[in-house]
Design a protein around this ligand. Sequence first.
Ligand code: ARG
Length: 460
Amino acid sequence: MAEKLWDGRFDIPTDKSVERFTSSIATDSRMFREDIEGSIAHSRMLVSAGILSSDEADAIEKGLREIEKDIAEGRFVHDDSLEDIHMHIESALTGKIGDTARKLHTARSRNDQVALDVRLWLRRETEEIITGLHTLRRAFVDLAEAHMGVPMPGYTHLQRAQPVLFSHHMMAYYEMFTRDAERLKDALKRINVLPLGAAALAGTPHPIDREMTRSLLNFPAVSANSMDTVADRDFVAEFLACASICMMHFSRISEELILWSSSEFAFIQLSDAFTTGSSIMPQKKNPDIPELVRGKTGRVYGHLMNILTLMKSLPMAYNRDMQEDKFPLFDGVDTLKSVVDIYIRMLPNMKVLADRMRSSCEKGFLNATDMADYLVEKGLPFRKCHSVVGKAVAYALSLGKELQDLSLEELKGFSELVEEDLFEALSVESMINRRKSAGGTATENVQKAVNIAREVLAQE
Ligand code: ARG
């Protein structure tokens, strides 16, 4: 059993079962780099505060760098009696450099130390996710540009509604993932605050210089209230809320890709390299990636609920409950990152079945609104047009036909205002390209949206 760093007031050793139960090393060891980076900055600051000599700080830094290497190269033994990554590293440092190591924890508590490690760790991970989302957004813009002009049915209630450009549909996802990236950038402002210096909860009587630590660790701000600093896990909940919304978007596109790759839709084909087969049915090619993404969404939502529930009712300031924040946070980050990564690889390999998308626009009365709009332009009030076209639809349905299959005479039977030019108005290209209202699906609008997105991406 390793020597405990806090056992001065205890008469009998901790029960083994307690050590196992309270240990978090298996989870929090992945923050070892952040723990070491934070300790090195803290020790440099202690030099300028006159608490450590520079020789002592040099010895601490050298020892910590060796430990960092040992951990990175797998030469570090976990011991539940040392609880967490902070105590493992401090104990290893004591083993390496002796008593000087015992000065490192001056003016510091594990309460502000763990808050620092999590913030440093999450700051880097969030930046990586934002970079991943940038690549993903570019993949949507690439798809939009590569298939510009391809019409597909647009749906409401999963019923064919009006034709849209496939590119317009892709750009809708570009917008969603852009908002996700913006949300994460905003969350980063609140993640990126230095907690070190709050000590256990009340601050410290030692003459520390938090401003110096802030600058060494590259934080734009120092936390304001020592109690809030060690009690706050808002930034974890906020990250997981952003991650959940982002996963919701992934789940929605996944659902669409699953539907679109069915024989019923047949709008796309996922590449063989990104699908799997069935162990019994030789014909199967299954969209397992989007299915798993849809499934993993539940995990991330669960992690958000976990943190919110973990933190509710906790009295100020630090409580050990908070150690339970690591698993949901780490798994939330890992899951989102793996999803962003697999989508970046899968999307460019997706085949768009343009003919099938186009021909699907010809069936299902996607032009009914346009016939009504045509009559509006000829002077009929919209509600009247709606009912006229409704009757024409019912008539066509009874013959198993579409509106554009009816003759001019048949159509005139519903309104005298119908002329030969109706057929042009009911064509798929015309329906799409007439929708020039801002944000609408006309090709020139969508091309403009693509150009703007390219500029935005180039400037990021
Ligand atoms: N392992 C702890 C956590 O993750 C570190 C802080 C422990 N502080 C304490 N007073 N026991 O929250």
